[in-house]
Design a protein around this ligand. Sequence first.
Ligand SMILES: [Zn+2]
Length: 456
Amino acid sequence: MNRTFFFDAAWLPEGWRPRVRVVVRDGMITEVRHGSEAAADDARLTRVVPGLPNLHSHAFQRAMAGLAERRGPSGADDFWSWREVMYRFLERIEPDDLETIATYAYADMLEAGFTSVGEFHYLHRSPQGGLYQDPAELALRHAAAADTTGIGLTLLPVFYESSQFGGAPPTAGQRRFITDGAEFARIVARVRAAVPASGARNCGIAPHSLRAVTAAQLASLLREHPRGPVHIHAAEQVKEVEDCLAFTGLRPVEWLLAHAGLDERWCIVHATHLTDAEITGLARSGAVAGLCPITEANLGDGVFPAPAFCDAQGRWGIGTDSHIRLDAAGELRQLEYSQRLVHRRRNVLARRDQASSGTSLFEAALRGGAQALALPVGAIAAGCRADFLELDGAHPDLTARGPELTLDTWLFAVGRSLIRQVIAGGETVVEHGRHRHRERIDADYRRVIGRLLHAD
Ligand SMILES: [Zn+2]
């Protein structure tokens, strides 16, 4: 589909520019000119920024947002007690349910400012633990949800074989995740055939974590899949770091740096607990740290050492992980606010050459997110997917402020309600803050969630 757009002001790679005209062909930007005149049939938008890539999602978890905010009997609620609630919830999900929930999650993501997503997908088997006739049945439901909603997608099928370091057998709650090497290869091959790589689709692999994948299996996965993104959870929890140290003598990120050949293909999801040497090593490797600030706060994971990592020129992007709340601006605000609370300073992550905290945060998250998803996204530039957010230039909080204050105002003062329109792959998918299929998506979701939550 071909469209032309005219923006009163847009945030281009070189900064804010007035009167920007953009030509889009087949969902991709072919031309960007600033200081232009509008043509009669241009779609006109006020203040426009690129859509943000969301580098880490477990779509089905959107359906349990808010269900684990109650004190458990021991009073010692943590990541591991949350995980038990999550395991019980996912036992009931059938393929149609998964597609409905993923569609709901992706529509919500688009309204929240995310125009592409990395789906870290680990639900491969049926509730009984059998393989589906199509080994990628559940993975492909995410592609269908992406087609329905218009979001860009990098599918990351997860390899999961054990419950603890050293290859301990999986627990009953993990039976839907498990594959062997041959089954996993079939899932990835099927996804790559059914969802060919394009400006809006890609496929990588996701060894779940060092506790779920043995060293030998990780080496063989990397041999068998020499290209495409590699995502892994690491160093989210102190207990995980201690278990890794006890079993291998190294901390998770230290182990990955020593044995996995980390480079620009990699996204290390969370990377919360790092030593100075790990910070430097991870930054030098060129891998992206996949930060999920709202989920990490919700789960009580800890605070990522962002100032030291940014000083070391480390690359990072944003994921929404459990989707406890979807808000692109909110994730970046949480990242900055966690640092302010720890360091008792303000504007901690504003760069030396970029005084605006909002601009510094947004720019880094665009670049890191695009690298982690290996998609041409994250900039209003020729060759990129046409993913735009229109921030309401007529909003009272923006009217008397120049474009250079737009990102700070959005991130810190107004949040997701400032997003008026979202264009994904050149198509208008969100208008007046609502996804164009919102009514049908909500109706389907209500039906499914009612059944899932009252199945007992
Ligand atoms: Zn995760």
